[in-house]
Design a protein around this ligand. Structure first.
Ligand SMILES: C[S@@+](CC[C@H](N)C(=O)[O-])C[C@H]1O[C@@H](n2cnc3c(N)ncnc32)[C@H](O)[C@@H]1O
Length: 230
């Protein structure tokens, strides 16, 4: 993976589920509440799935099939066997959804999830999102869950106070910045407004919804493929 700016993820793979897993659960709960019954029978692409925390929850909630995509073999190796989960090792920039659409997913996806994984440079992220949007079924959506760029809410939430995630988030932001400086990682961040602007460029701002969440350290947005809105 040298030169892709992605090799840092392999370094963290062995401890990721242990360190970030517990912090991830409230985000998953908000996501599942937003999806409601639409997850039942859904075909999902979990892009940048890591060790598969959300992947397994989608299956548990009734998804018919989840394609778990990640650049890191070490992350994918932790997902475990399930006939409703298929793994694909790929960068998102190399358009893995094209391959799935051509060979396996005839009608496209009900949900394409980028949970804490859309870290490539903005122009690349926009291309990746547009590509995902082109494969959404009518009524389907892209969901992006992304860390807040501003340090105050990311470290301390709102109102500002010490949180269970304060120390891990300080370590996380520092190590990711270091990874970028060393050239082993891409780590593009957005404020809430910047993320909404990016999402609005995919198919128009009228297709974008903020997903209700009390998680101040992350922003959650949906880009809907809805006949009503288009
Ligand atoms: C912070 S982890 C998030 C994992 C999981 N989505 C979660 O929330 O628990 C980011 C994951 O995205 C993957 N990733 C980051 N950039 C990627 C890219 N450009 N293409 C494919 N995978 C990528 C990393 O390997 C890592 O497993």
């Amino acid at each position: 993976m040298s030169g892709t700016g992605l090799s840092g993820w392999n370094l963290t793979a062995r401890i990721y589920a242990w360190t970030s897993g517990p912090l991830s659960h409230p985000l998953d709960s908000d996501l599942i509440a937003y999806l409601g019954d639409s997850i039942k029978g859904a075909v999902v692409a979990d892009c940048g799935c890591g060790p598969g925390l959300a992947t397994r929850k989608m299956v548990y909630e009734g998804a018919e099939k989840v394609y778990a995509i990640d650049v890191s073999r070490e992350m994918l190796g932790q997902i475990g066997q399930d006939p409703r989960i298929a793994t694909l090792q790929s960068t998102m920039e190399s358009r893995p959804l094209d391959i799935l659409r051509e060979n396996e997913v005839e009608d496209g996806f009900d949900l394409v999830l980028f949970k804490r994984s859309l870290y490539m440079h903005r122009a690349e992220a926009l291309e990746v999102l547009k590509n995902a949007y082109s494969y959404l079924r009518l009524g389907g959506c892209i969901v992006v869950v992304h860390p807040e760029k501003k340090l105050g809410p990311y470290f301390f939430g709102s109102p500002r106070r010490l949180r269970s995630y304060t120390i891990p988030h300080i370590i996380n932001r520092t190590s990711n910045r270091l990874g970028v400086l060393l050239g082993i990682e891409k780590y593009e961040l957005y404020t809430r407004e910047e993320l909404l602007t990016l999402a609005g460029e995919v198919a128009g701002p009228q297709q974008v919804e903020v997903i209700p969440s009390g998680q101040q350290a992350f922003n959650m947005v949906a880009i809907r493929h809805s006949a009503d809105l288009s």
